[in-house]
Design a protein around this ligand. Structure first.
Ligand code: AR6
Length: 182
């Protein structure tokens, strides 16, 4: 399913095996790994990504990466070139700035991808796992941020939204505008 003349595509898949210039990791503030997609990325990518994360943490973010911000590392053994680590908000009912923090996470990851000239970028569904952000509400934020970016910039040329399950993908699709006609 695509939008914006094919520049945005939603599909199911495992982001650790996805071939894109850059993939996004739904990390936590420690940058030192965790479960979910974060754990999967570090397991598949090997120790080089963690070594870089540790260095970034020590040098630039001794108190941890703030929610909504993003940093970039190499990709170790993964098939992509870069991993962009961002921290989505924990859902606390929707009145604690969750929407703008989720938007910031998507937007700052985009900025990092553009800085290294990534042509293709793949996102997991940030915050919708352990962090509990409702998938239908997240879809609206994702559309707002990504469609604005794609309207005004040439890079990335293409953005993929990778969902781990068909259920997650269909919730997302239910909350998106009409896709491109194919
Ligand atoms: N490929 C694509 N999507 C995946 C994969 C995968 N390999 N594995 C899981 N997902 P979560 P969060 C989906 O919990 O909510 C970690 O411990 C998953 O089904 O990974 O942002 C971090 O260290 C869900 O839809 O991230 C943090 O502590 C989505 O990815 C915390 O979890 C996000 O789920 C971050 O929580």
């Amino acid at each position: 399913m695509t939008w914006l003349n094919g520049r945005l595509e939603a599909l199911t898949g495992d982001i650790t095996t996805f071939h894109a210039d850059a993939i996004v990791n739904a990390a936590n503030s420690t940058l030192l790994g965790g479960g979910g997609v974060d754990g999967a990325i570090h397991r598949a990518g090997g120790p080089d990504i963690m070594a870089e994360c540790r260095k970034i943490r020590n040098i630039s973010y001794p108190r941890g990466l703030p929610t909504g911000e993003a940093v970039i590392t190499g990709a170790g053994r993964l098939p992509c070139k870069y991993v962009i680590h961002t921290v989505g908000p924990v859902w606390k009912g929707g009145m604690r700035g969750e929407e703008s923090l989720l938007a910031a996470a998507y937007r700052n990851a985009l900025e990092k991808a553009a800085e290294v000239g990534a042509h293709t970028l793949a996102y997991p569904a940030i915050s919708t796992g352990v962090y509990g952000y409702p998938a239908d509400k997240a879809a609206k934020v994702v559309w707002k941020v990504l469609s604005a970016r794609l309207h005004h910039h040439n890079l990335p040329e293409k953005i993929y939204l990778l969902f781990y399950s068909v259920n997650n993908l269909s919730t997302f699709l239910d909350n998106m505008p009409q896709p491109d006609v194919t």
